[in-house]
Design a protein around this ligand. Sequence first.
Ligand SMILES: *Cc1c(COP(=O)(O)O)cnc(C)c1O
Length: 211
Amino acid sequence: MINLKALLEEINSIKPDVRLIAVSKNVTSAEVLALHAQGQLEYGENRVQEMAKKQSEISAALDIRWHMIGRLQNNKINQLISLRPTLWQSCDSLERAHEVDKRLNYKLDTLLQINSANEDTKQGVLPSNAIETYLKIQELCPNINLKGIMSIGAHSDNEKEIQKSFELSYKIYEELKPHGAQICSMGMSSDFKLAIKCGSNMIRLGTILYV
Ligand SMILES: *Cc1c(COP(=O)(O)O)cnc(C)c1O
């Protein structure tokens, strides 16, 4: 397992105030507890059932906060709402926002996922629709509390391609700042340094934490 303090120092030497979300989708609750013992409080899961399982295994007294980062099926929305995630990072359309909004009885902090590299395999709104969708959700979904954007870097070996996708996401984030956007979530194990240089203030790291 990684030395969390050393990793946070490395992250903050690139830019201060970057929030680390530890992605726990491929590890057990025991590994979450081991990271928690080093001070990590925020975790990301891409499946609602797995989030529920870990929540039931880990004491609520530990004050762990959960982020939903994966595709949300309509038949899992009620369960997600009941788990009270800190942040739903993977809102990928106006329709999905609406489906969640109408079931919510509290305000859910949410990020709009943007498919910046325009890849068929990825969820999210296309860059050309991002601003309009963001504003529509704000207008039409009172319980969806939009806090910014989330994006996954281009799937490529070419660093320039990845950089381009981060720069595009950041540009959209900047345009949304006057509308209240505060979070730019981008960067995973393989590309988080580049993402931070491109303006990210929230990174989602999995693999690198558990080697
Ligand atoms: C799995 C996942 C991550 C973490 O990826 P690693 O390469 O293991 O760091 C980050 N974001 C999302 C949306 C993921 O699904």
